[in-house]
Design a protein around this ligand. Structure first.
Ligand code: FAD
Length: 454
């Protein structure tokens, strides 16, 4: 017999967890939260390397936990709500994170230091987007998602290790989901929150259901690692600086992303494909700071496959290195590969020990490489030392935010009762906006449930 609920949420990352929390606080009963990855204790037992993106807490569980208290970074929620509404959502989400253990301390509140850096960046043709951050750290994230698990455990039905394979809809109206074992679960409202882990699945489902999509930019680049002192002026004032630059050569946008002061470069395993990322701990420091340098390119028709394009480039790095590749910026500029000996002689010790010394010019297309090298030169004027021969570049970092579903202001898709939130739906790019999007959809559903009989 088919189980029946009032709301089904697919994906237990920040977007899904916050949707569940908001619905349950609005007094909605009959909520089912389905997660394809392992539950938290199992995830902890398996270790961080195994399930970075999938399982209770989603990618958020082992993220760096920088909560951006801003309407300008971390996603595209401004497409769906006004700046004032988004600011109110950010405040609400921040309060909830605080309630579940996020620290009181705020980074980036030194307005004078931030303004000075902004002026300096503007003089150098760069835009520095300031934001205040609460930093949970990877260790703090794990604890916080554990508390959310405990709270939600008594209020909503949770099924982990249960992949959803299909969305069920009849005559343009959502009616449930199908599970991997063939079983079906019914509900008039379904929230899809599958994150990056599930973005390819969502793209296939959107096509099957006839949902219209737009193509988001493809963000491809490297993760740079430098001694923490090189970035200290910036990271002390802003903690995480978003710096945007348009290259002279191509007029493409290159930006810094996910800056991790005193952090570690880490490897991401995307179904057997290795890419890079970064994180840092609240209570443990390394000697280095790392950040992504991403080139954003929007391709034109007939191109339809940004995910496949990004994966293809990441695969090239894996093919050459058997792994993620690391190269000193000096070697890259001299047109030679890095070797274990050259790395050994470098002044920056890599925090990702498994990376294979190699040559990124054999991996990244010319346009990406030229843009990255030009961005390093530009950044070096703001933070001298960034473009040193010893700077380490890990490749590749790819952001698969490729699918952008057509959504209403309450994040409902073109199928009635089917909502899509978080990173997987192309709505967000970070914890804050992912969580806020879950809250927005949940509020809309709570209102619909209060007024409808469906
Ligand atoms: C290493 C790292 C560091 C990061 N650091 C930061 C940071 O400091 N600050 C910041 O703001 N953001 C950071 N992020 C990004 C942040 O983690 C994401 O933006 C956020 O987790 C997105 O939330 P989400 O709920 O949309 O998706 P996710 O957190 O990706 O969760 C989606 C969940 O859905 C599940 N799922 C997918 N498909 C299905 C299916 N078919 N059936 C059932 N379940 C499914 C997945 O298994 C996953 O658990 C970081 C990410 C990484 C990987």
């Amino acid at each position: 017999m088919t189980d029946r609920y009032r709301v089904i949420i697919v994906g237990a990352g920040p977007a899904g967890m916050f949707a569940a929390l908001e619905l349950s606080r609005a007094g909605v009963e009959g909520i089912l939260l389905i997660e394809k990855g392992p539950d938290l204790p199992e995830r902890q037992r398996l270790g961080r390397g195994v399930s970075m993106l999938s399982g209770w807490g989603g990618a958020g569980a082992y993220s760096d936990g920088k909560l951006a208290l801003s309407t300008e970074v971390g996603g595209f929620m401004r497409r769906y709500c006004t700046a004032a509404d988004l600011a109110a959502l950010v405040e609400r989400v921040d309060e909830t994170y605080r309630e579940f253990g996020a620290p009181a301390e705020l980074h980036g509140s030194d307005a004078e230091a931030v303004a000075r850096l902004q002026r300096e960046a503007a003089r150098l043709d760069m835009k520095l987007i300031p934001s205040r951050y609460r930093h949970l750290g990877t260790d703090g994230c794990e604890k916080l998602v554990g508390r959310l698990r405990d709270y939600l455990g008594g209020r909503v039905q949770i099924r982990c290790a249960t992949p959803v394979t299909a969305v069920l809809a009849k005559d343009g109206v959502a009616c449930g989901v199908r599970l991997e074992d063939g079983g079906e679960v019914a509900a008039p409202y379904v929230i899809l929150a599958p994150g990056r882990e599930g973005s390819s699945w969502l793209a296939l489902e959107a096509e099957r259901l006839g949902l219209r999509t737009a193509i988001n930019p493809v963000d491809i680049g490297v993760r740079a690692e430098v001694p923490a002192s090189v970035m200290e002026d910036i990271t002390r004032a802003t903690y995480e600086a978003k710096i945007v630059y348009y290259t002279r050569r191509f007029e493409d946008m290159v930006r810094t992303f996910c800056m991790c002061p005193y952090g570690e470069v880490i490897r991401e395993d995307l179904d057997g494909l290795y890419t890079v990322n970064g994180h840092s701990y609240a209570h443990r420091r390394t000697a280095n700071t790392n950040f992504a340098l991403l080139v954003s390119k929007t391709f034109t028709e007939p191109f339809r496959e940004p995910i496949a394009y990004g994966r293809h480039i990441a695969r090239l790095a894996n093919m050459l290195g058997g792994e993620v590749i690391v190269q000193r910026a000096g070697d890259l500029r001299q047109g030679r590969r890095s070797t274990p000996g050259r790395l050994e002689r470098g002044l920056t010790a890599p925090t990702l020990k498994e990376a294979t010394p190699g040559d990124l010019s054999l991996v990244l297309p010319y346009r990406y490489l030229a843009n990255i090298l030009e961005m390093l030169e530009a950044l070096d004027r703001l933070a001298p030392g960034v473009n040193s021969v010893h700077t380490l570049l890990y490749g590749v970092e790819v952001k698969f935010y490729s699918l952008q579903l057509r959504l209403s202001p309450s994040l409902e898709t073109e199928i009635e009762g089917l909502f899509a939130v978080g990173d997987g739906a192309g709505v967000s790019r970070g914890l804050m906006q992912a969580s806020a999007s879950g809250v927005l959809a949940a509020r809309a559903i709570a209102t619909l449930l209060a007024h409808r009989t469906r």
